[in-house]
Design a protein around this ligand. Structure first.
Ligand code: BG6
Ligand code: MG
Length: 217
């Protein structure tokens, strides 16, 4: 029996993953470090500081800057990002997500949010879907970022469900690993190059349905 579906946010519920990329691209260009959409795949699901360090790996290395300088770069990236996400409205739900959330609710399947983004509550509000969630993990209190299972386990605890009866939906390789480490089945949204370990791989959220998710268990 499917008890819960636990969603990643960026790149699954809305296309904010592209805003993360745009903001980091400005920082990388300023630092004169090569950074493109292919390399950006590595950053998906990774914390803010972790993302900066991955970008620096492509240039002078993560030890080339002091902790204070890195904090300053992270703050600047977040300021750029916050400007970009101001434009998010309910029409920015990715295809099929609004319908799926309603279908899950109508069938008493619990809905959770497992985003490591500190901006997640603001985005969920802008999308107008806060009331759809039975539980949302607080990224500020979940210590270990993906691929650690913590953010999914926090949902499992908050929703009081059995991980074996729950599915996680992710667009990031580290996210698929986190879902598996939490003892859940993983539905990947994206391409086989990065998400080959997903139990069900869909190329777009438009292909998601309750029946497909149920068939995974
Ligand atoms: C994840 C994104 O959801 O959140 C990452 O996939 C991002 O790209 C991470 O770095 C942290 O987000 P924020 O908004 O707290 O910087
Ligand atoms: Mg994501």
């Amino acid at each position: 029996m499917l008890e819960a579906v636990i969603f990643d946010l960026d790149g699954v519920i809305t296309d904010s993953a592209s805003y993360h990329y745009q903001a980091w691209k400005i920082i990388a260009d300023e630092l004169k470090i090569d950074f493109d959409e292919t390399y950006n795949e590595k950053l998906k699901g990774v914390s803010r500081m972790g993302s900066l360090e991955l970008i620096l790996d492509n240039g002078p290395g993560k030890d080339a800057f002091s902790q204070e300088e890195k904090e300053r770069l992270c703050t600047r990236k977040n300021d750029l990002y916050k400007e970009l996400i101001k434009q998010i409205t309910p029409s920015d739900l990715l295809p099929g997500i609004g319908e799926l959330l309603k279908e899950l609710k109508a069938n008493n399947v619990l809905i959770g949010l497992a985003s490591v983004s500190l901006n997640a509550p603001a985005i969920i509000n802008s999308l107008g879907i806060k009331d759809m969630f039975d539980y949302m993990a607080d990224a500020a209190v979940v210590k270990e970022s993906k691929p650690a299972p913590d953010i999914f386990l926090d949902n499992i605890k908050g929703l009081k469900v059995n991980p074996a009866n729950s599915i996680g939906v992710e667009d990031a390789e580290v996210g698929i690993e986190a879902i598996h480490r939490a003892g859940m089945k993983a539905c990947g949204i994206g391409s086989v190059e990065t998400l080959s370990k997903a139990d069900l791989l869909l190329s777009s959220t438009a292909e998601l349905s309750l029946d497909k998710l149920k068939a995974m268990l």
